[in-house]
Ligand binder design. Structure first.
Ligand code: SF4
Ligand code: SF4
Length: 220
């Protein structure tokens, strides 16, 4: 029992997050396979990162996240892939690209974070539970209009998530600045953008289906 306790403490220390539970039942080999697949999907080789920290130093969401973007890739290097998938960081990443621009090794952390979000959504373990819902509504919005419509996004997300008045306090300022004009603007290439998003969603659905088939085959 004491040995199990020490193992728990060791793994908690390695993740740097004493509050997050870690599933000790996951097989390291399974985690390694999943890490390889997701890193390949993102086009990232974790071994390229030498932990200089330049990425995290410029990341605008570091302070709001449980771990930094540097720690995400460190967890993967340490074989703690499940801890990376279940962290909040990938969902808070705004894909600003600052980390990638600063990285001396050109490690594509925005792509890695996006791939981790997709993996978490596939597993049904998104650390920010509304994350997959927000992504779906966002993509629907851009697919239909060819451009982001903040009014529709906020309205649909608040209704669907049950956070009816979330961010409502910011609406007057946004209206005053013309950001919630609701003028129905559609770019001339809206259909092309919509078709591109549909193609990407079909690819993601196909990838999800083959994942399910693999899991089913493993169960049999
Ligand atoms: S900047 Fe690049 S090499 Fe440095 S810690 Fe971040 S990902 Fe790793
Ligand atoms: S792309 Fe994401 S991880 Fe990188 S600096 Fe921006 S918010 Fe941080």
């Amino acid at each position: 029992m004491s040995s199990l306790f020490l193992q728990c403490r060791y793994r908690v220390w390695r993740t740097g997050d004493a509050m997050r539970p870690i599933n000790l039942s996951e097989e390291p080999a399974t985690q390694a396979q999943a890490a390889k697949r997701v890193c390949a999907e993102a086009g990232v080789n974790p071994a390229d990162c030498y932990q200089c920290g330049k990425c995290a130093a410029g990341c605008p969401v570091s302070e709001s996240a449980d771990i930094s973007c540097r720690q995400v890739i460190r967890l993967i290097q340490l074989g703690e892939f499940d801890a990376a998938v279940t962290s909040r960081m990938p969902w808070l990443c705004v894909a600003c690209g600052t980390c990638l621009a600063r990285c001396p090794q050109s490690v594509d952390l925005p792509a890695l974070n996006a791939a981790l979000c997709r993996e978490a959504a596939r597993r049904g373990c998104a650390a920010v539970k509304e994350g997959p819902l927000f992504t779906d509504i966002f993509l629907d919005n851009v697919q239909k209009r060819g451009v982001m419509d903040e009014t529709m996004l906020a309205a649909r997300f608040n209704l669907s998530s049950g956070h009816l008045f979330q961010d409502a306090g910011g609406a007057p300022t946004m209206m005053a600045r013309g950001l919630l004009s609701g003028d129905g603007y559609r770019p001339s290439d809206a259909a092309e953008v919509g078709a591109m998003i549909e193609r990407l969603r079909a690819q993601a659905r196909a990838a999800g289906a083959s994942d399910d088939e693999t899991k089913e085959a493993q169960r049999l």
